[in-house]
Ligand binder design. Structure first.
Ligand code: NDP
Length: 246
């Protein structure tokens, strides 16, 4: 059976790997891109040349109506959403002392409100059809906190509570809800960190001794999306090279 998947932020580092992995497994895949993204067409063309016929929908995940319009477009062009990967996210790191309300809001709206905004559009259909997968991309820093990330850690930790509460509500309807918490993965979110800080502060925290690869995250998402993962719900799966064992 061909399943359909919607990945938010699919044009970013992790999202691209997730889209490619799901497409390679036979899912019909669409991604959102943010209103500020000026290279969405280039990305879609590059993917088409690689053999992936992804659809891309402009969507501000912080905006409920934008999320609604995006899912309506998906329903009209592809069909029902069977798998939703809430992957879009941003950081605005700074100490709490320096953090403005705008920086707090941007991070909480993009990483956490987005999960409500998108999940709300797809859940009734999933429970009616008695099959669905919600996969939320959190972070190790939502589990353990991180200096300069009160906004990000709070938003990512919020995903864990959302996941557990919603998993309870929809378990009997064939829908699973899970969170994954990646550690440091080699995407632009992390490679933007100065090399000297990466080498002196970040890599020494990772027992595996390297950054994670986007494909390694995509493989876990693919498992959670699969038929075999039907008994796995309400979980948070750490995937961090041993950095934080919890
Ligand atoms: P990227 O910055 O590469 O991608 C983030 C994506 O989020 C972008 O594609 C962007 O879309 C999208 N996005 C941001 N704001 C909005 C918005 N308002 N509306 C719609 N889309 C938006 O980051 P990564 O791929 O590294 O991260 C993906 C997820 O994984 C994030 O949630 C991040 O917090 C999490 N994560 C990443 C880790 C890492 O080490 N890289 C570690 C732990 C967690 P567009 O490109 O269209 O602007």
């Amino acid at each position: 059976m061909v399943r359909n998947a919607l990945v938010t932020g699919g044009m970013g580092g992790l999202g691209e790997a997730i889209c490619i992995k799901l497409a390679a497994l036979g899912y019909k895949v669409a991604t959102t891109y943010s209103p500020g993204n000026t290279t969405a067409d280039e990305w879609l063309t590059r993917m088409h040349h690689l053999g992936y016929a992804f659809k891309g929908y402009k969507c501000d995940v912080t905006d409920f109506d934008s999320a609604k319009a995006c899912v309506q477009q998906f329903n009209a062009e592809i069909g029902q959403v069977d798998v939703l990967v809430n992957n879009a996210g941003i950081t605005r790191d700074m100490t709490f002392k320096k953090m403005s309300k705008a920086e707090w809001d941007a991070v909480v709206h993009t990483n956490l409100d987005s999960v409500f905004n998108l999940t709300k559009q797809v859940m009734d259909g999933m429970t009616e059809r008695r099959w669905g997968r919600i996969i939320n991309v959190s972070s190790v820093n939502g589990q353990k906190g991180a200096f300069g990330q009160t906004n990000y850690a709070a938003a990512k930790a919020g995903m864990h509570g959302f996941t557990k509460a919603l998993a309870l509500e929809v378990a009997r309807h064939g829908v699973t809800v899970n969170t994954i918490s990646p550690g440091y993965i080699g995407t632009k979110m992390v490679t933007a960190i100065p090399q000297e800080i990466l080498e002196s502060k970040i890599l020494p925290q990772i027992p595996v001794g390297r950054l994670g690869k986007p494909d390694e995250i995509a493989g876990l998402v693919a498992y959670l999306a699969s038929e075999e993962a039907a008994f796995l719900t309400g979980a948070n799966i750490s995937i961090n090279g041993g950095q934080h064992m919890y």
